[in-house]
Design a protein around this ligand. Structure first.
Ligand SMILES: Cc1cc2nc3c(=O)[nH]c(=O)nc-3n(C[C@H](O)[C@H](O)[C@H](O)COP(=O)(O)O)c2cc1C
Length: 325
């Protein structure tokens, strides 16, 4: 959804990030938790780009106070997620910067190759946040258990009509729609490239029923099975509580991990379904939290990681000037 609004300040070294309340996905993200993680992903890319171009970025979260949860939309519209203050420094050669321009998510099969102890330690070192823990799971017992959670999540989610409708609403069947909206889902999301891309786009444009609820549900379950069958490592970002600040920081950490993993030759894919807070998912949500975040922690991100078997195509991005209000 790319739900970001930038407001420039009279001080040209300052700008504010707001969450765009018109871009919520209330069915799949009823508490706007993922909306907050997404704010963090933006902030981390700002930080990394700043280093590259010689700007130190001081990021203050919720400078006007945290949201009033009883007036969430109003709060989003009036209280910035972050105040960003930039200061000129020397540009730094930054190995992570180039990976901002590669796709964040790779939904293909991954090779069996496991990361080395040093690579895991480097990923752990990216976690500079207090009250956030990062765990990697590579043993058979946890791989089986976490694959089962991912599958259960995919099966439940694909059977919930109102969620399928929410997603179908932002599906862009062809280049015309992609250029018109520049956000949402498209055939690239399943890795479709080459000649197959216009063929598939033509088919779903002319016969939308091919991409109807039943076939999309079956495709989602089938692809999730192929994903979990080809995953050497799962990881989780767990926060001590579920505050808005820790949600945003989880997003900053997730983006830092994406960039660090890409620099190591690994790719990632979140598997968010079992972490979602709608009633049909409650049982899986509670079980996965009891298993992997005992003691009141919240799993903010659950993702797979591995070496790619094929590159993934770029997806849509909004024009940066459209974000500035
Ligand atoms: C909070 C959050 C949850 C996500 N959940 C999923 C998910 O469940 N499955 C998935 O394939 N991608 C998931 N993604 C990844 C995004 O769909 C995607 O990577 C992002 O829009 C960037 O697009 P790109 O990967 O094409 O660069 C998630 C991303 C975020 C920030």
């Amino acid at each position: 959804m790319q739900p970001w609004i930038i407001k420039l300040d009279a001080d040209q070294n300052v700008f504010y990030l707001y969450a765009d309340s018109t871009r919520l996905t209330p069915e799949v993200d009823p508490f706007a938790r993922q909306q907050m993680i997404t704010q963090g992903t933006f902030l981390e890319y700002v930080r990394v780009a700043g280093l590259k171009f010689g700007y130190k970025t001081d990021i203050e979260l919720f400078p006007a106070g945290e949201y009033d949860e009883h007036n969430l939309i109003d709060s989003m519209n009036n209280r910035p997620v972050a105040k960003i203050t930039i200061a000129k420094t020397e540009p730094q050669d930054n190995a992570l910067y180039d990976f901002i321009f590669t796709p964040d998510t790779n939904r293909a099969a991954y090779r069996k190759t496991e990361p080395t102890v040093k690579q895991i330690a480097d990923l752990q070192a990216a976690n500079t946040f207090k009250n956030i823990s990062l765990q990697f799971y590579q043993d058979k017992n946890n791989l089986d258990k976490l694959s089962a959670y991912a599958m259960a999540g995919a099966k439940i989610e694909s059977g919930v009509h109102r969620i399928s409708a929410e997603s179908a609403n932002v599906f862009r069947a062809n280049e015309y729609q992609k250029n018109k909206y520049r956000y949402g889902f498209s055939v690239e999301g399943q890795g479709t490239t080459g000649i197959m891309k216009p063929v598939l786009q033509g088919l779903v444009t002319l016969m939308p029923s091919l991409n109807g609820e039943k076939s999309s549900a079956a495709l989602f379950v089938r692809s999730t099975q192929a994903e979990v069958d080809n995953t050497p490592v799962y990881a989780m970002i767990v926060t001590a509580d579920n505050s808005r600040i820790l949600q945003v920081e989880s997003g900053m950490l997730y983006s830092r991990l994406v960039l660090t993993a890409h620099a190591q030759g690994f790719v990632q894919q979140p598997l968010s379904q079992v972490l979602e807070e709608y009633p049909e998912m409650a049982e899986q949500y509670n079980q996965v939290h009891a298993d992997y975040a005992p003691g009141n922690g919240t799993i903010q991100m659950f993702y797979r990681m591995g070496q790619p078997t094929k590159p993934f195509p770029l997806s849509m991005r909004r024009d940066v000037t459209d974000l500035i209000k």
